[in-house]
Ligand binder design. Structure first.
Ligand code: ZN
Length: 242
């Protein structure tokens, strides 16, 4: 299905994200609409700890349900009223995977337009098999859990170009001279904030920085865009989470 409709009174909260999640293969939480497989939403309803739901899930009955603005994803942990909660289950509730796996098909519904990446994503360094995070002063790929700093907001600028905002401050990431740093407090990305995506298979890409058009790599301490050539282990993975 290539479109969905949302009653205009529902243009707040996560209703539109929920319907688009259906279009990309996600289902409700298992208790509400039992479906086998991993594409279910995730929720926890129990007294004694905070009840919560992810975008595809229905609220718990009879108790206030905190709505967490992510698709179900067992790799993500979020704070819920002081408690740390896992946002999915690898076997039954990994809607983010369904979205990632359908992304290429959805992106090709129309032959032109659109762009390489947009949405909230995790970025993974294959060199260390760790998630990247927007740290103060640089981007470091050393995370095994996903919090706010591990979220990157991707914007399509052209057929192969994107801008990226870091999750820590929501500011644009820039191909600065000796590192990528997400501290550009400006309304529009400039040349240094424009990255070129070089596709490298499903959910994988190489990146080039906009300042010198060099490849970006995880050098062990940070991401830096200073290479003329890259190897397979310099590839970055990406996964949609919202
Ligand atoms: Zn629904």
């Amino acid at each position: 299905m290539a479109y969905s409709t949302t009653v205009n009174g529902c243009w707040n909260g996560y209703t539109h994200a929920h319907e688009t999640g259906h279009n990309q293969g996600c289902q409700h939480n298992y208790e509400t609409t039992p479906q086998s497989g991993f594409k279910n939403g995730w929720r926890k309803c129990q007294s004694g700890s905070p009840a919560f739901k992810t975008i595809m899930s229905y609220p718990c009955s009879g108790e206030h349900t905190n709505e967490i603005g992510v698709f179900s994803n067992p790799n993500i942990y979020m704070p819920v009223l002081g408690s740390t909660e896992r946002m999915g289950d690898p076997v039954t509730a990994h809607c983010a995977r369904a979205i990632s796996e359908s992304a290429a098909a959805v992106a090709s519904f129309r032959p032109s337009g659109g762009g390489p990446l947009s949405g909230v994503m995790l970025l993974r360094s294959f060199r260390r098999n760790r998630m990247c995070s927007d740290e103060n002063g640089r981007v470091v790929c050393n995370s095994t859990e996903i919090w706010i700093k591990e979220r990157f907001f991707m914007e399509t600028l052209g057929p192969n170009s994107i801008a990226v905002r870091g999750g820590r401050l929501g500011q644009y990431c820039s191909d600065d001279v000796d590192r990528v740093i997400c501290n550009r407090d400006q309304r529009r990305p400039g040349p240094w904030e424009t990255f070129t995506v070089v596709p490298a298979g499903a959910n994988r890409m190489f990146l080039r920085g906009g300042r010198a058009n060099k490849f970006c790599v995880d050098d062990g301490a940070k991401i830096v865009c200073n290479r003329d050539a890259v190897t397979a282990s310099d590839v970055f993975g990406f996964e949609y989470i919202a």
